[in-house]
Design a protein around this ligand. Structure first.
Ligand SMILES: *Cc1c(COP(=O)(O)O)cnc(C)c1O
Length: 374
């Protein structure tokens, strides 16, 4: 390992120049309005509706509380069918609502929930489906909606990876009953911590806004055991500033994606996920699958990358269904999730962020190419 090169992490937050943030802070200091639907909060909701192409958005303090509140808003109970191949917050939001997660297997090409497996997992207790647009690649939205309509189920998308993703019909966030975003520091668009629920009508948005403010509808009325999920003015202001650079950031991510794909094409045993065919992707992640004809195991390659200062991550390993609070559930059985297990045992997410330089990409490709020789 060359000790002089600083480590390359899997992601780096998008940070605009500090001096551009100062005027926003001055406004907050002047108005003394720090949180509770302040001017920057309102402005960010409006601006995001326009940018994303959605009708209603409600900002949250983070994506996990947005998921928890989305389930509460739709009064989901009983069982919800979801994917084991995601970040643990997806299933945790169900447990926080006293809902039983039922894991269904994923599609081997997209690594998103497989609609056929969803249908097979439905029981009389099933009330909703919670799919994830994994890595920002849209789920099979039409098939999922058909199942939901047939069985009278709600659909809540964990869209934490899908900021700005569009298909032929526009924003993927307009599908299902609700979509939930995360604006965590590691995501494509961040507000340090943050999140949002996208919904389709003003009445639902109002209900969600009550739920994120303890359930208050006015000074003296509380209609539900709501949580404190409000985004502060500082976070909202940072979001507005960051939005100015988002198009450039997405463009840079796209260039990185292309360079990786070209480099990986020559490496035997390394499989890149298919380009998703969206009209607008966000290149949030760059997952590779390390297959049996690669000379090293996935974990050996992961370690080798680490030893060379490349801090790639095994997203998503372990599967959610393997964590202690889930693994006893019947749907967590290994035999129920063979495709997800295989993906979790092969995947490595490579570094991708706007400031990743071409020479760093070439280094990463080279380390993977030559790892078999060592
Ligand atoms: C990041 C993430 C979350 C959680 O969002 P936070 O804003 O960190 O709470 C939920 N689901 C998925 C798939 C994520 O990647």
């Amino acid at each position: 390992m060359n000790q002089k090169t600083p480590p390359i992490y899997v992601t780096q937050p998008l940070l605009p120049p500090l001096e551009e943030f100062i005027p926003y802070l001055q406004k907050i200091w002047e108005s003394k309005w720090l949180t509770n639907d302040g001017p920057f909060h309102q402005q960010l909701e409006q601006t995001l509706c326009g940018y994303l192409g959605v009708k209603h958005i409600s900002l949250f303090t983070n994506g996990t509380l947005a998921l928890v509140t989305a389930l509460q808003a739709l009064r989901i109970t009983g069982e919800v069918i979801t994917t084991p191949y995601s970040f643990v917050a997806t299933s945790h939001s169900l447990l926080w609502n006293g809902i039983r997660p039922v894991f269904a297997d994923i599609d081997p090409i997209t690594l998103n929930l497989d609609p056929d497996k969803i249908e097979a997992a439905i029981t009389p207790q099933t009330t909703a489906i919670m799919p994830v647009h994994c890595y920002g690649h849209p789920c099979d939205i039409e098939a999922i909606q058909r199942i939901a309509d047939n069985y009278n189920l709600k659909v809540i998308y964990d869209a934490a990876h899908a900021f700005g993703v569009k298909n032929a019909h526009g924003s993927v966030l307009n599908h299902g009953d609700l979509s939930v975003l995360s604006f965590h520091a590691t995501k494509v668009f961040n507000t340090f911590e943050g999140g949002a629920i996208v919904c389709q009508d003003a009445k639902t948005k109002l209900h969600i806004d009550h739920l994120k403010n303890f359930g208050f509808v006015d000074e003296v009325s509380v209609v539900a055991p709501g949580i404190n999920g409000k985004m502060s003015e500082i976070n909202a202001a940072f979001g507005l500033l960051q939005l100015k650079g988002i198009e450039e950031a997405l463009q840079k991510r796209k260039t990185i994606d292309t360079r990786y794909r070209e480099g990986m094409a020559e490496i035997k045993g390394i499989h890149c996920l298919r380009e998703a065919g969206e009209t607008q992707a966000n290149y949030a992640y760059f997952p590779i699958l390390v297959q049996p004809d690669y000379p090293k195991s996935r974990d050996a390659l992961y370690q080798h990358l680490h030893d060379n200062g490349i801090h790639a991550r095994r997203y998503f390993y372990p599967l959610i269904s393997d964590f202690p609070m889930y693994r006893g559930m019947p749907s967590a059985a290994h035999a129920n999730l063979p495709v997800a297990r295989k993906a979790a045992s092969e995947v490595i997410c490579l570094p991708i962020y706007p400031d990743l330089r071409p020479c760093q990409i070439d280094l990463i490709v080279d380390v993977i190419k030559t790892a078999g020789n060592t």
